[in-house]
Design a protein around this ligand. Structure first.
Ligand code: F6R
Length: 613
């Protein structure tokens, strides 16, 4: 999705802004732009395409000002083009705005502004914002020191929808006004320099001291000061947070791509996520959220709600929650859940999973649930993200920044965290599932080294990828908990290699999909549950009979004569197998995409965090 960067300080702004945009490329975008104040006017350069093109444009060297804003756009209203790219200026060229989000009432506002004599050059919803600001600015008292702030505030009060904005003006050249509603925005401070960004990694290289704006906040940012206000322009205090991620965590290190780096960071991410929650013979430590027995005893149903990969985590942990807590669990896609009026009440617990904590549908689903009195827990990887402000309780994975669009380490960390949460619920409810919980705890501690074993054998996966990368269709099948890995594997392959694939519960094949099986179609089978092994094997034999070739991910003893392509993963408790079985399949998607010469970190049409509906 779109990215925002802003800078005010003693240095030349443009290199800092471009550097920030490069750090935000992972969010996905189709055009980029920058505006700085040069002498008495706003200079704006924008183009369709990559930030690198902006960086290499000859005009970029003409930008010397020490205050500016910049943006990467992911088209919503109006096609990708340099005209539609941000920053947008008002028709008098007094103000420049970068904006993330969607202004739902832009047509109505545009009509009002056209009647007031303003003109428009783009097809975007954003262009109403600088024009509205100019309109209100012209109505304020010329002697008022807060004229700029007041004009931006009045404009934001007219906006319906979501926004994070940063605004500069040639009429007040010493400040940036920023504001947010339902779209993230952060402000980093370092002495007499201030950095603005939609995502922390964009500015982490400069400072770890960061304010995370709350919904409805508006702030006046000058070189030496920051003042926060609420929407009534009453001053509010915001706490400075010290972010522990280091800048290196958002660099590629020795890896060719972020995705490969993040796949290899999984042992560490899992270890960090386990943290101190599991220690010898003690109940899981969730003292950070203090969920009581009374709270849990009231729950008669759990919904796990999320999108994409995070939703697949729900599918993977549903059987664990049901087994350990005796509470029925339903897994739902957030964009469906929010509109389908699910049956929820004060006895329902909604667990929303979101790596970014900014996914619009997941946040809306959580808000809807709260309005219907449900209890809510957010699982996220990003400190202070929007979802954390809505949920009753927040639990963090500690995967570190995930930059590649395709989620890998967030997925495995989320499964680990939720498995521990299920154990914690069971222990808090005194359900006496001691034996299974003890097994899970000790096996969980071994997960990081088992992931490493798989990573050490990645050449086998690379070799298989070379055999199949030209294929047009692939199938992933599994039963029970292996189906979760099949779904996730299929999504990974689709999103980064652009090969069509489907996932099925193995037993479903003969109810339709087997009609698609013909000579040389590849079917990837995931077989980790001993109880279901024979059934899964016979399902796979049915596809072999119809000409398919198979690739098997397993920790069971499988006949090599029937299945010549087998990738072995370490043995593990069946409940923990999704964390291991997905690793070779992440690698498979990666190597197939690389064989095809594709950009694995920034797949086409996709954005890292989907902050609009
Ligand atoms: C796939 C992927 C997406 C996200 C989904 C939810 O690799 O990354 O499917 O999982 O957009 O994002 P979050 O977890 O940030 O809510």
């Amino acid at each position: 999705m779109c990215g925002i960067v802003g800078y005010i300080g003693c240095k030349k702004a443009s290199p800092i802004l471009i550097n920030g945009l490069l750090k935000l490329e992972y969010r996905g975008y189709d055009s980029a732009g920058i505006a700085t104040i040069e002498n008495d006017k706003i200079c704006c350069i924008k183009n369709k395409g990559r930030v690198k093109e902006l960086q290499n444009s000859k005009d970029i060297n003409t930008l010397n000002g020490n205050i500016g804003i910049a943006h990467t756009r992911w088209a919503t209203h109006g096609k990708p083009s340099s005209t539609n790219a941000h920053p947008h200026l008002d028709s008098h060229k007094n103000f420049a705005v970068v904006h993330n989000g969607i202004i739902e009432n832009h047509n109505e506002l545009k009509k009002f502004l056209l009647d007031a004599g303003y003109t428009f050059s783009s097809e975007t919803d954003t262009e109403v914002i600088p024009n509205l600001i100019d309109y209100y600015y012209s109505k304020e008292d010329v002697a008022d020191k807060e004229r700029f702030l007041k004009a931006v505030n009045k404009a934001t009060l007219d906006l319906k929808g979501s926004f994070a904005i940063a605004v500069i003006s040639k009429l007040e050249k010493d400040k940036i006004i920023i504001a947010r509603k339902d779209s993230p925005l952060v402000l980093g401070v370092k002495d007499d320099e201030k950095y603005i960004a939609s995502d922390i990694p964009a500015i982490l290289e400069y400072t770890n001291d960061i304010y995370i704006l709350k919904d409805g906040d508006i702030a006046e940012v000058t070189q030496n000061d920051v003042v926060f206000y609420d929407k009534n322009l009453e001053k509010v205090r915001r706490e400075l947070e010290s972010i522990t991620w280091d800048a290196k965590a958002s660099d590629k290190g020795n890896f060719e791509d972020f995705m490969m780096k993040e796949i290899h960071e999984q042992p560490e991410a899992i270890r960090e996520t386990i943290g101190i929650r599991i220690t010898d013979n003690k109940p899981c430590d969730f003292s950070d959220i203090n969920i009581t027995k009374e709270y849990l005893s009231e729950i008669s149903k759990i919904y796990i709600v999320a999108c994409g990969t995070a939703m697949h985590v729900g599918v993977a942990v549903k059987p664990i929650f049901e087994k350990l807590t005796n509470i029925p669990v339903e897994v739902d896609i957030a964009s469906e859940f929010r509109y389908r009026e699910p049956l929820i009440n004060e006895n329902t617990l909604i667990i929303c999973i979101s790596q970014s904590g900014e996914t619009a549908d997941t946040i809306a689903a959580l808000k809807n649930a709260k309005e219907n009195y449900a209890k809510t827990i957010a699982i996220t990887n990003v400190t202070g993200s929007s979802i954390t402000r809505e949920a009753d309780f927040t639990l963090y994975t500690h995967a570190g920044p995930e930059i590649a669009v395709a989620s890998t380490k967030a997925y495995t960390s989320q499964i680990v965290l939720l498995t521990m949460l299920a154990m914690h619920f069971s222990e808090t409810l005194d359900l006496h599932k001691d034996e299974i919980i003890q097994n899970l705890k000790s096996e969980m501690m071994e997960l990081p080294s088992k992931v490493n074993i798989i990573l050490e054998n990645s050449d086998e996966i690379k070799a298989f990828a070379k055999k199949i990368y030209k294929e047009k269709d692939l199938f992933f099948v599994g039963r029970g908990i292996d189906y979760a890995a099949a779904m996730e594997a299929s999504l990974k392959l689709k999103e980064i290699s652009y090969i069509h694939s489907d996932s099925y519960q193995s037993g479903e094949l003969k109810h339709g999909p087997i009609a698609l099986i013909e000579d040389d179609v590849t079917v990837v089978g995931i077989l980790t549950d001993r109880r279901l092994l024979d059934k899964s094997i016979s399902n796979l034999q049915e596809v072999i009979t119809r000409g398919a070739k198979t690739f098997i991910i397993t920790n069971q003893d499988i006949d090599k004569k029937i299945f010549p392509n087998i990738f072995n993963i370490p043995k593990v408790h069946p409940f923990l197998s999704p964390t291991l079985s997905i690793i070779p399949l992440q690698l498979l998607a990666y190597y197939v995409a690389k064989e095809k010469g594709l950009d694995v970190d920034k797949p086409r049409n996709l954005a890292k965090s989907v902050t609009v509906e």
